[in-house]
Design a protein around this ligand. Structure first.
Ligand code: FES
Length: 337
């Protein structure tokens, strides 16, 4: 009699590629939504999570993470070769994989600015925009490199024929191939040179520097007050974008001390879009201090301040019972003002 093997029912993976899977990080317990057309790294960075990475194209191996549960699939070929033991313990590259269903992955995020080393890279100018008192430039990082940094940190920029400048990085860390910088027009030499640069001219970047960054643990409680004086907006902007990306919706108030605030419409659009966000412009520091006095936030409030006015930072430090986080590099900025 002919014998037929009993067919085992096929193991079918019920993967949901339509919905947006949730990725939970171990040991921190933080989570983010993975978007179907993004890598795990892109989704995590867009959610404001400081995942480890260096190249973002599958070369360096810095973004390795262990999948504890759930399924991923590779989205691109990668040059980095995982060892046999890494394959056995389900290690994947976050920059080259996407989630197929809910995942738990083991990975260590950067929680302090000191966790991120200083890097050097070259960029080229790809966009410039002149507003009333500020030159906004976007730089494209060349040779497929990326700059890893936390929202609120600074970079040293070396423009041909000019002194190096320390400036806040005004873009989100999730825009891995690009950097945005805001130069006040009083830096006339640098602005003039940037306006005359050819597309092929290289601009060297070194960073990140500074410890002005959001403390994520504070986002779960209390009121957050952001204060930007003049060009300090460049340091506060990525912090606000980070808060928006986390979707935690903490109560936030943003004060700009500026008679002629650039990118005013952007701030107004945040206030229109989010009912937990309010926005005020004040012409000077005295008016701001009066407004803060009247507001009398009940602690715990956390202040994030990027201002060069010592009177303002001293007043906040001395009078408020809340946590005050000062952008110390704002004082180390370029000498002309
Ligand atoms: S960031 Fe370099 S391999 Fe993923």
């Amino acid at each position: 009699m002919r014998w037929w093997p009993i067919q085992q029912p096929r193991q079918i993976k019920f993967v949901n590629t339509e919905a947006n899977p949730t990725v939970t990080l171990s040991p921190s317990g933080r989570s983010f939504t993975s978007h179907p057309h993004s890598t795990l790294l892109e989704s995590g960075l867009s959610a404001g999570i400081a995942l480890p990475y260096r190249c973002s194209n599958g070369t360096c191996g810095d973004c390795r993470a262990i999948v504890k549960s759930g399924h991923t699939e590779p989205v691109r070929f990668h040059d980095y070769v995982l060892s046999d033991s890494e394959k056995l313990n389900h290690t994947v590259l976050l920059c080259s994989s996407r989630a197929l269903n809910d995942l738990e992955i083991e990975v260590i995020e950067a929680s302090h600015p000191q966790d991120i080393p200083v890097q050097q890279l070259n960029t080229k100018l790809c966009h410039r925009e002149v507003t009333a008192n500020t030159l906004i430039v976007r730089l494209r990082i060349i040779r497929g490199k990326v700059l890893r940094f936390l929202a609120g940190q600074y970079a040293k920029i070396t423009i041909p024929r000019c002194e190096p400048l320390l400036l806040p990085i005004a873009s989100c860390p999730c825009e891995t191939g690009y950097l945005e910088l805001h130069l006040p027009m009083h830096l006339s030499d640098h602005c003039r040179t940037l306006e005359s640069l050819r597309r092929s001219d290289k601009i060297a970047i070194e960073g990140p520097y500074g410890a002005f960054a959001i403390q994520d643990s504070t986002l779960y409680k209390g009121h957050h007050i952001f204060i930007a004086e003049g060009s300090g907006f460049a340091a506060i902007k990525p912090l606000l974008e980070h808060v928006i990306a986390t979707e935690l919706e903490p109560q936030c108030t943003f004060y700009r001390v500026d008679a002629e605030p650039y990118k005013n419409n952007l701030c107004r659009s945040w206030a229109d879009a989010f009912d937990w966000f309010t926005y005020h412009t004040v012409p000077d520091v005295d008016t701001l201090l009066l407004a803060l006095n009247e507001k009398q936030c009940t602690p715990p409030a956390t202040y994030y301040v990027s201002a060069r006015n010592k009177h303002l930072t001293n007043c906040l430090r001395e009078t408020t019972k809340s946590t005050v986080i000062i952008d110390e590099l704002a004082f180390a900025k370029q000498s002309k003002s």
